[in-house]
Design a protein around this ligand. Structure first.
Ligand SMILES: Cc1cc2nc3c(=O)[nH]c(=O)nc-3n(C[C@H](O)[C@H](O)[C@H](O)COP(=O)(O)OP(=O)(O)OC[C@H]3O[C@@H](n4cnc5c(N)ncnc54)[C@H](O)[C@@H]3O)c2cc1C
Length: 408
């Protein structure tokens, strides 16, 4: 079996598919080595296992919808959940670029969207339940000791079976696309550009004369012909240059439910390009413009391998293994063409250019990195290791990725 992109063939064909927490407990106790699996959208080896994979495919129900919180089983996909929430008049605060991913997998890797004031999807977790290495059900609530270590878990602490997420009253957004944002504006006003709506994303290939498109998702009706020097698009676009606009959520300022505007891609369609690889690097917000300059410097190396790059803004959180831990951040994402050897050859160049800015890689996307670099970037890593030892004394949930970057 492979991941969604097909660049990872899991090291085992054994996939366990529990239909209840009790069944998950039995399967975990009986397994020597087991790794939780969501919807397989990660590009890195974070979800791999040599023993067995334990999928949340059948743990995908909504448990309870309230005015401030929704409780779900971890295997539910954001897009399915969001539509049900809308029927109850409530909404999630933010989304990733696609609604196809599971809640359990997204929070385990600190998956995020954009918005200067919006935190990652993991930061919306107010409580969770997991089955640990000896089959015991553990509960963590926001404010408990160790809660901040248990959310972005990389699947190292156990199988998360249910999650409570913050919700707010349902709200509408409008999506506008602007084209050809001048580089000098990006270098001088990046923070303001990214703060000009509820959620803002920039898409570029770095080697173009101006940033290709700016996607502004906002509650306001914009009558702007221009956004920081970029021109309003007059027809629908796809974030990936040349891809069909039909796959993308509605634009041109047509108001609609936030869950149908915040993801770039529609649930019923292939997100992004499809046959692709991805990497993403996160830096403190104050270094955003300097990183833009570095990546522009690398444009002749990076540009030819790209479908497109995305720049987003994410607010700080307190989750120990979150790339946004205690820092307002800017994320630099790369959707690569499916040329794995060439992409892997370029990543060290990007990582060394970004290293002086305290870069943290996205756990679910391709990076090279080192254990030393991860340890330097995550001050609470020793606490996470201690928590993992407590919850998984026998190391059943460890895999080569975790041994290399987390437990080394
Ligand atoms: C087209 C595309 C677009 C993307 N866009 C974005 C984006 O906009 N923003 C962003 O931040 N990321 C994005 N990603 C990356 C994606 O959000 C992450 O890789 C996320 O982890 C995928 O969730 P999943 O359910 O597929 O997890 P999987 O890949 O199945 O697993 C990822 C990790 O989560 C763990 N895990 C899964 N379920 C559980 C559970 N129930 N309990 C404990 N651990 C669990 C696994 O063990 C593994 O370590 C994108 C990926 C794709 C393919």
């Amino acid at each position: 079996m492979t991941n969604w992109a097909g660049n990872v063939t899991y090291s085992t064909e054994r996939v366990l598919r529990p239909r209840s927490v009790a069944e998950a407990q039995e399967l975990i106790v009986a397994a020597d080595s087991v790794k939780p699996l969501g919807t397989r959208h990660s590009f890195s080896l974070v979800a791999d296992s040599v023993g067995a994979l334990i999928s949340t495919e059948h743990l995908d129900r909504i448990v309870e919808i309230g005015d401030e919180t929704v409780t779900v089983e971890a295997g539910i996909r954001y897009g399915v959940l969001a539509a049900a929430l809308d029927d109850h008049g409530v909404a999630l605060l933010n989304f990733a670029s696609l609604p196809h991913i599971s809640v359990g997998g997204a929070i385990a890797t600190a998956t995020h969207g954009s918005g200067a004031s919006n935190q990652s999807l993991a930061a919306a977790v107010s409580a969770l339940e997991l089955v640990d290495g000896d089959g015991t059900v553990r509960r963590f609530r926001r404010g408990d000791a160790d809660f901040d270590g248990a959310v972005v878990s990389l699947g190292a602490l156990g199988l998360v079976t249910s999650v409570s997420l913050d919700v707010v009253p349902a709200f509408d957004l409008r999506q506008y696309v602007f084209e050809q944002l001048p580089w000098p504006a990006v270098e001088a006003e990046l923070d303001a550009i990214l703060a000009g709506g509820y959620s803002v994303s920039l898409f570029t290939t770095w080697d173009e004369p101006a940033v290709g498109t700016v996607w502004v998702k906002t509650q306001d009706q914009l009558d702007l012909q221009s956004y920081f020097g970029a021109t309003a698009a007059t027809e629908a676009r796809n974030p990936v240059p040349g891809a069909h606009p039909e796959n993308a959520t509605e634009q041109l300022g047509v108001p609609g439910p936030s869950y149908d505007r915040l993801p770039h891609f529609r649930l019923g369609f292939t997100p992004s390009s499809g046959d692709e690889l991805q990497s993403e690097y996160i830096v403190p917000r104050e270094h955003g413009a300097a990183v833009v300059a570095e990546l522009r410097r690398l444009r002749s190396v990076v540009g030819p391998l790209l479908f497109v790059s995305e720049i987003r803004s994410i607010a700080a959180d307190t989750l120990w293994l979150s790339p946004f831990f205690e820092q307002d951040s800017i994320a630099f994402h790369f959707t690569w063409q499916p040329r794995p050897a060439e992409v892997l050859a370029v990543l060290p160049q990007i990582e060394s250019a970004l290293e002086p800015f305290g870069v943290r890689p996205h756990w679910g996307k391709l990076f090279v990195g080192s254990a030393e670099g991860i340890a330097a970037a995550y001050p609470r890593l020793p606490d996470f290791r201690r928590l993992a030892r407590e919850l998984d004394e026998r190391g059943a949930f460890r895999n080569a990725f975790l041994e290399r970057y987390v437990f080394d």
